[in-house]
Design a protein around this ligand. Structure first.
Ligand SMILES: NC(=O)C1=CN([C@@H]2O[C@H](COP(=O)(O)OP(=O)(O)OC[C@H]3O[C@@H](n4cnc5c(N)ncnc54)[C@H](O)[C@@H]3O)[C@@H](O)[C@H]2O)C=CC1
Ligand SMILES: O=C(O)[C@@H]1CCC=N1
Length: 289
């Protein structure tokens, strides 16, 4: 569905995922299932877990490699490298990677908190960087990705990054300073909704519904609510008002949420996420020397 008119994939460059965990898999699954990149053009590397790479290769048909010398060669020649290791592993990996790169290789980072400045300083050169914050819903084409570009990015590289993430969901191009708050909304956001679903499902089970019934009711409810906002174009507050009869059951439930300061608690959670993203960025910056 995402192929070009000539039935060629939208992106025909080799892409190397350096770090092969949940986020890398979510993006790869989205790209492969939507035929945006051919699996033979995708290489996935990690530090040491050969079993994990084998699993990814069998699941998506992507290239993998465990040999240290071969990994270096792949990284040296790949026109696009997606950095997808955990922040704690990033400084060491980037310091080792930098000297192997040439100036036209595009670096796409999904690492939370890691600024463009820190990335370039750890690499030791002014590599073109796309700092992104995707989310795991990219795996089903419903991701939401924030992107900030370094000034070294060429127009072609910029288009490639946009094509790549637009193929697996929505893209919001932002100034880099806004990446922390964006992380608090869309990067980590799916987890808040999963947590809400866990709580609602538990409540249904405690109230006597079967686990299957409670799960299905919760799922359809959150799905329907999201679609209502999308398809009606109405504000969530107005849609909420239509459900909330004066002195009715919904009002009683919302009042209970407000006793726990629900609205401000959600805002505090988003802000704490953004602050944590900043803290992780500062810790990475400290590792420059
Ligand atoms: N999971 C999520 O929802 C999101 C994660 N992110 C970011 O994505 C990055 C990865 O997160 P996850 O996939 O959740 O973590 P993960 O722990 O599932 O995967 C990390 C991968 O990096 C590999 N790795 C570690 N050190 C390495 C090295 N030196 N060289 C090569 N590979 C190395 C590990 O073997 C593992 O495969 C993080 O920086 C995180 O901030 C960003 C947005 C959302
Ligand atoms: O929790 C984390 O650090 C990452 C960043 C966004 C989602 N997961």
């Amino acid at each position: 569905m995402c192929q070009s008119p000539q039935n060629r994939p939208l992106i025909d460059k080799a892409i190397t995922f350096y770090g092969a965990g949940s986020m890398a898999e979510a993006i790869v699954r989205g790209l492969v299932s939507r035929s945006v990149v051919l699996p033979e053009n995708i290489t996935m590397l990690n530090r040491s877990n050969a079993h994990r790479l084998q699993e990814l290769s069998e699941r998506y048909g992507v290239q993998i490699n465990n040999d240290d010398a071969a990994k270096i060669e792949i990284l040296k020649t790949s026109p696009v490298i997606v950095l997808a290791m955990k922040p704690k592993d990033a400084a060491k990996a980037l310091k080792e990677l930098g000297p192997k790169l040439s100036s036209d290789q595009l670096i796409i980072s999904v690492i939370a908190g890691l600024s463009i400045y820190t990335t370039q300083t750890l690499l030791g050169n002014q590599q073109p960087i796309a700092r992104t914050m995707p989310n795991t819903s990219a795996s089903i084409g419903l991701g939401s990705t924030g992107i900030a570009f370094s000034k070294e990015i060429s127009e072609e590289q910029r288009q490639l990054v946009l094509t790549l993430f637009e193929a697996v969901g929505n893209v919001t191009v932002i100034e880099e300073e806004k990446m922390d708050i964006l992380t608090g909304i869309s990067g980590s956001g799916p987890a808040y909704f999963y947590y809400m679903m866990e709580a609602m499902t538990a409540a249904g089970i405690r109230g006597g519904l079967s686990p299957e019934q409670s799960r299905e009711l919760t799922l359809q409810t959150i799905l329907g609510a999201a679609r209502m906002v999308q398809q009606t174009g109405e504000q969530p507050s107005s849609l909420r008002a239509k459900i909330t009869s004066p002195n009715g059951s919904t009002q009683a439930a919302l009042e209970t949420l407000d006793q726990g300061d629900f609205f401000e608690t959600v805002i505090a959670a988003v802000n704490r996420c953004a602050e944590r993203s900043k803290e992780m960025g500062a810790m990475l910056k400290e590792q420059i020397s």
